[in-house]
Design a protein around this ligand. Sequence first.
Ligand SMILES: [Cu+2]
Length: 448
Amino acid sequence: MAGVIIVRDDPATTPAALARLTERVMLLQYVNVAGGNVGETLSQNDEVAGLSGSTLGMSPSGSGAVYLVNGQKNPTVLMQPGEWQRWRLAHASSGVNLDLVISPGCEMQLIATDGVYLTDGVPVAVTSVSLVPGSRRDILVRCASAGTFALSSSIAKVGVLHLFPTATTIVTVQVEGAPVTMEPPTSLPSLPSYMPDLRNVSATGTFVVGFDDGLVTPTWVFIVLPVIFVVLMAIHIALWYTRMLARLPALNCLCRGSVKTKAGKTQPEDPPPQNSRPTPTIEVDDTKAEDPPPQQPQPTSPSRGSILHWLLVPNLLVFGIVITVLLLTTPTDIFMVNGEAFTGETAFQHTMALGSVQEWTVDSDHPFHIHINHFQLISTGCTGDCAFGFRSGNYYDTIMYGGDPPNPPGGNSIIRFKPADYTGKVVMHCHVLAHEDRGMMAVAEIVS
Ligand SMILES: [Cu+2]
């Protein structure tokens, strides 16, 4: 379940050309009626876990993945030819990126990112609008002439993490009626005072955010394994000293002693252990297949050394099986921030002072999201435009993939922000729900 909260602009400071636009609020939700996320299993991403097996009346081809807009599949938006509308897009996906394009004949301008107008105060013409999990984008849209157009998911960036992989119409745009002549807004409301332009401001606090994941064996395994080994050896030694195995003489005879054949061949044997008793020699006639069976050895007293040796084999075998099973079955995929899976809300990884200028270096392979304070993107790590459209200078609360292709993956973003008036805990995390819930979350603290 998801919804949208709109914080309205102050009418006194909103440009008239912006205020008069017809608004469309579009809550975009990824749903996979076949179960699971793009490239993931249902257990890793269970947006519709409770609906597994149901198609909700939808029968999409392929993966079964669809986008719903305000709960509808491919709704129709009405516009007049030449009309500019303001669309507020909110991406309520827990783990899939979406790249939107519009049909030729229509155009889009970006005016706000994650609820904040562009820092430079002017709309920017864009050919696509990319949304990572949790992104919000406000865009201006116009189609010049009557007809049916489409806002569609693009597959141009397939290969970028978790992109919705199907070229699908998300919204049908029906343009009809009397043409209108409109000019788009040329200016945007100023940002609030707590979102200053920090591009040329020196930082007074720094922090590095690194995202990692990998298979980790739980600590208890490394405690249990030596305990099991000690127990096995204790049983082994106890049995030996109490001579319980003296009741199993046959076993002893099978493992010790030489076997000499009538043909003079001597079967391989292990060297006798030290302090062991003399071992019996068994005469075996192997010259004829029909020869009578060899004389059965007489029960003898077991050798302590040989029993110890014999018991070591099953002991080590059991221990080897236990090690193998535990090491193969217990590791889980742990997601971490700076090498630590989330351990608690007071395990602060960073402390910052109210009013300081924070400069963070953020590993942008995962969608980094932080609560309380939006941040200004200072540097993306991309050569040219990032594949997901992130631009330095704008404010965001979620960014990802500063190292978009064709740049090398693993690029870092530089962000700055100024904690303004809130003191206390601040949560930061990967905005892929399945990663966050498996530990990719951390807390920082703002102090006065
Ligand atoms: Cu992640």
